[in-house]
Design a protein around this ligand. Structure first.
Ligand SMILES: [Zn+2]
Length: 521
């Protein structure tokens, strides 16, 4: 017989999508995850039907490619608990790690034969009998409808522009391979193009750097906030009890008049991490301070709830745990608290040496009430709408101030983990936020016309007991005594102060004395 069995388009698609869904059993360890995977599977089947109507061989290609990719993705999740995320694919695209040789192994080969090649051969040998246009269209909409009803029952939210992607969508995506792989690939291509365009020339450092004492071990933790306003911290004189924990911590210094260079995350990040100054255009030309520290022997670990992979690549790191990886494993969703366990492990594994841990949080990004776990919802009633203009001022401020309470707990918990180490922590936000002042909301207004609230940020330094005895920390304290914490300060200070406070020196005067808070005056 020339052909094996024959199936009509619908049953063909159904059979193979069911197979891919079942293959995902290996990597989805709970029934809940399998249930979440049904929505992307239904959508996948609907697309398959449309493809099948266009051409039977394109459908075979679609199914074979899907089986092949699903098989690879499931294998890594199942055997090594590795999700192939955009940063891994980005490294592959840039060619700085030899992904292919690292990936090949006998178990993978055997697995691929069994779970990919055999079903792919079956797919190729099956004859597809086309169904009519009417049937295709009706079945397409039935599958789509089922997916929508199921998604609705799983508590999906409609995502509006500028809103953080609902973590359930990401969890559903990551529970059905190959959709996760295709999603990561799309993101990595975007990051790759951005990297080629914006960051690849900025690998050089501005000058020569060295360490004052190369034997000196230090642990530096940088917490990057998001849309959090400095003037909403009790620490800086706000009238509500939003930062009780940070206020009770010794050797903690909070600058009450800190300003961001920009009002958008990606632009602000460039001012924060490179020697760019606020008055310059947001386009990095030199390597980041992370890269400088890395070149001086620091191990760099980055844990993020944001998707700025091209930028993280510019920063330089030894380890990156991206938003996608965090969310797919955490039940708490896109909340900063899900970074705590990563921070705990990264700090616990520090036993001397030089290490920089960067935690990129979601802080106070809208929708504010989605950012915080129940225990931080101290102020109520809150605004749950994604249109803050629909809520009263009181509700909006309650929601926003609850995010500050969560940050207070987050940053002070990390400080608690660092107490017995020779450690320094810096916390600052990327920009501020408009909370209805003059009818304005959110952030991201062009710099020339943005209101002051969108530049208003917290900027906090903390030194552990041991760190406080270093020359740099003592210089910092002297400077504060002289100038006070009310001094105007901006993102411009971060690059020079992180390097300066870590004991980095530069003969070429690349660390500016004025902007280095740990320099002798
Ligand atoms: Zn931001």
């Amino acid at each position: 017989m020339k052909y094996g069995r024959s199936l009509n388009t619908f049953f063909f698609v159904l059979f193979f999508v069911c197979y891919i869904w079942m293959l995902n059993c290996f990597s989805n360890d709970t029934f809940g995850n399998m249930y979440l995977a049904v929505v992307p599977a239904l959508l996948y089947a609907a697309i398959g039907l449309a493809v099948g109507f266009a051409h039977r061989y394109i459908l075979k290609l679609y199914i074979c490619l899907s089986i092949f990719l699903a098989s690879i993705a499931v294998f890594f999740k199942w055997r090594y608990h590795v999700t192939i995320t955009e940063d891994i694919l980005l490294s592959g695209l840039i060619n700085d790690t030899n992904l292919t040789s690292e990936m090949l192994s006998f178990p993978l080969f055997a697995w691929m034969v069994l779970t990919a090649l055999v079903p792919m051969a079956l797919c190729m040998r099956t004859r597809i009998v086309k169904i009519s246009l009417i049937k295709t269209v009706s079945l397409f909409f039935i599958l789509l409808g089922l997916a929508l009803v199921l998604a609705w029952s799983q508590g999906y939210q409609e995502r509006k522009r500028g809103q953080i992607r609902d973590y359930r969508q990401i969890q559903a995506l990551s529970s059905f391979s190959p959709v996760d792989l295709l999603y990561a690939f799309k993101k990595s291509l975007k990051a790759y193009r951005q990297l080629q365009k914006e960051y690849l020339d900025a690998k050089k450092t501005k000058g020569a750097f060295g360490l004052l004492n190369p034997e000196d071990d230090r642990l530096i933790v940088l917490v990057i906030g998001e849309s959090s306003r400095g003037d909403h911290f009790e620490l800086n004189g706000y009238h509500r009890h939003t930062s009780p924990k940070l206020m009770s911590i010794e050797h903690l210094y909070s600058f009450s008049h800190a300003r961001s260079c920009d009002t958008l995350t990606i632009r602000s990040m460039q001012y924060m991490f490179s020697p760019l100054q606020c008055e310059e255009e947001a386009h990095v030309k030199q390597a980041s301070f992370v890269q400088v520290l890395h070149s001086l022997g620091y191990r760099v670990e980055l844990y993020s709830l944001q998707t700025l992979n091209a930028f993280y690549y510019y920063l330089g790191y030894d380890k990156l745990v991206s938003k996608y990886a965090v969310i797919s494993k955490q039940p708490s969703g896109t909340k900063d608290i899900s970074l705590l366990s990563y921070a705990r492990d990264a700090i616990a594994s520090y036993h001397g040496g030089k290490k920089l841990i960067v935690l990129h949080t979601l802080g106070s990004h809208q929708i504010y009430s989605d950012r915080v776990a129940l225990q931080y919802k101290k102020f109520s009633p809150v605004c749950n709408s994604n249109d803050p203009a629909l809520c009263s001022k009181e509700m909006l401020l309650n929601s926003y101030d609850n995010t500050i309470i969560a940050i207070d707990d987050f940053v002070s918990s990390i400080i608690g983990m660092l107490k017995n180490k020779k450690a320094m922590l810096v916390y600052l936000s990327d920009h501020g936020e408009s909370l209805g002042e003059n009818g304005m909301y959110f952030h991201g207004k062009p710099r020339s016309i943005a209101p002051a609230e969108q530049f208003n940020i917290p900027f906090v330094f903390w030194f552990s007991e041991t760190y406080s005895t270093t020359r740099e920390a003592k210089n910092f304290q002297k400077r504060i005594q002289k100038k006070s914490l009310d001094m105007p300060i901006s993102h411009d200070y971060l690059y020079h102060s992180i390097l300066g406070c870590s004991g980095v020196v530069s003969k070429s005067k690349s660390i500016e004395k004025q902007l280095n808070l740990c320099s002798e005056e």
